[in-house]
Structures are given as C-alpha cells and as structure tokens.
Design a protein around this ligand. Structure first.
Ligand SMILES: [Zn+2]
Length: 301
C-alpha cells in the first residue's frame, strides 16, 4: 500500500501547495518547507506576494531596471496662454507694463513672473490667480488657508513639485493639494498609487506654500530616505531590500514621481519611503551596469 503525506494530511498539503504557487517570482528557489516557514514574513506588492526578501529583491531589481532603462518623460505641458497674456486679459497689467517687464526679463535672463513681482507690477495673489486660470484649476480662497495637516508624503517630493497638502478628508479619501508653479500630474498619480487617496489640485501663492509647509506634520513612524545618485538597479534593489528587513515590511509599493523612483515599505509599526533620484542614470553611461548578473544581488539569511 502506498502512503503519501498528502493523503494523510490533505489540509497541510493543500496549504503548502498554495504557498508554493503564490510566490510571484517565477524563479523562486525556496523549497516548499522554507516557504511554509517564511510565509509569515512574505512581502505583498499589490496583488503579488513574495515569499522572502530574496525574491522581493530580485523582483525589485527588475522593476528598477525597467524604470532606469526607459528615459524619464516629464510631460511637457504648455498652457495655451502665456502668463503675460492671462494677466493682460484680467486687467492686472497694461500693455506697456508687460512690454517693459518682458524686456527686463530678456535683459537679465530672469523669469517674467519673477520680474513682475520684483518690480511690484503684480501681487503674488494675482500671479497665483493667473496661473490657476492658465491651467484651468481653482485658486484656494484666502479664508481656507491655515489648517494644520498631518501627512505621510515625502517632503522631498513636496519641495521638488512645490506642492503642499491643504486639507484632507479621511472619509472621502481625498485631499487638496496646493501647487505654486504648475500642476504636477506625476505627483497626483503617484500619491494615489501609494496612499489610495485622490489628490485634487489647486493653486496657492509662494508665501502660502512656505507657511503651509511649516504647519505640516509627519505621521508618526513614517520617514523618508533619499539617494541622489544610485549606481544601478541592483544597488537600488539591495538598498530597498535592506530597508524592507529593517522595518519588517509586509507591503511595498513602487511608483515614480518626476525624477524620483519612490518605494514605500510598510511594516507593522514603521513606514519608510525610499527615494532614488534616477534622472541621470540613463544619460551617464550607468546603463552598462544594468546587466549585472542575478547572483550579485545581496542575499538575506
Ligand atoms: Zn519566493
């Protein structure tokens, strides 16, 4: 008579089989037994589950390779109307004032908007109103400023995009994000991916931005780490895997905002946002490092 473990313990067998089949890494080397032990510590990435930090690191390397190999596209959105024309149409400037400011701007190589403010021709509020009209988004009413907000958004990204959260509704899963210069859709998209909250854009003045940044507090147990010049996807994956171990990550989300590859690692008590500034990777010849063999990936345990 033939006995198999499966026939004696059908429940256990099924359990092991499902664990075996769900490690999202096709080349997963872990044995059935190892996987059953590690299943308590696997990492979820969206719908995918990796049985170990090793498998997670290998998958992360692939993600970063794709990211770095592709040139980073910053969507060149140019509003139909120039800021000068918007201000003319709103009656903030006369023809002569605009002409004078444009000449000054050319002479000193200074942004027209900066010249307008420096010469006192328009107020910050008028400038923000004109930008809002230019982009087709609302400007925040002055009476609505001043609410302290607690957010778990990396400050580096807020500074890079000159954006700041103004209001947040947990119930509606929405928050209001104020921009100074332009609406950065890459920030809106990545925030939605990472936080699950929908960000609604509006315009604010540069002073309002600075004031609101001071009111902003970070959610407890949430931190960011920024690497300005990563060498290769292998190095990036290793660092992310290292942090995953540090915070005992159960969940990871990968996204991109402007020139940053943004990975959020969520553990039980801590959350860490790892940002890699990858803008120049494709240009500086670092591409050759992208073909580093798999075995060079740091191994855990
Ligand atoms: Zn695995």
């Amino acid at each position: 008579m033939k006995f198999s473990l499966g026939s004696l313990l059908p429940g256990v067998d099924r359990g092991w089989k499902s664990m075996y089949s769900i490690c999202a890494l096709q080349t997963c080397q872990n044995t059935l037994l190892m996987r059953s032990i590690q299943s308590r510590v696997g990492i979820n990435v969206g719908q995918l589950w990796y049985c170990s930090v090793d498998c997670f690191a290998t998958a992360a390397r692939k993600r970063f390779s794709m990211l770095s190999g592709a040139s980073i596209l910053e969507m060149p959105h140019h509003p139909r109307l120039s800021i000068g024309l918007v201000m003319l149409s709103k009656g903030y400037l006369t023809d002569d004032q605009l002409r004078c400011a444009m000449a000054e701007s050319r002479l000193h190589g200074e942004e027209l908007e900066a010249v307008l403010i420096r010469l006192g021709l328009v107020s910050e509020r008028q400038l923000a109103t004109a930008r809002a009209a230019q982009w087709g988004y609302p400007i925040l009413g002055q009476d609505r400023m001043g609410q302290p907000v607690e957010a778990d958004i990396p400050p580096t990204l807020l500074h890079t995009c000159t954006a700041v959260p103004l209001h947040c509704s947990e119930a509606a899963k929405r928050f209001l994000l104020g921009f100074v210069y332009r609406v950065e859709h890459t920030l809106l998209n990545s925030l939605e991916q990472i936080t699950g909250f929908r960000a609604e854009p509006c315009f604010i003045t540069a002073t309002e931005f600075r004031e609101q940044m001071r009111r902003l507090t970070t959610v407890h147990g949430c931190e960011e780490v920024v690497f300005d010049d990563p060498n290769s996807p292998v190095e990036m994956a290793n660092m992310v895997a290292g942090f995953a171990v540090e915070v005992a990550a159960r969940e990871a989300t990968f996204t991109q905002c402007r020139e940053y590859a943004w990975t959020r690692l969520t553990g039980k008590r801590r959350k860490i946002d790892v940002l890699f500034r990858v803008k120049n990777m494709a240009e500086t010849g670092k591409k050759r490092n992208f073909l580093v063999p798999m075995e060079n990936i740091r191994s855990f345990g």
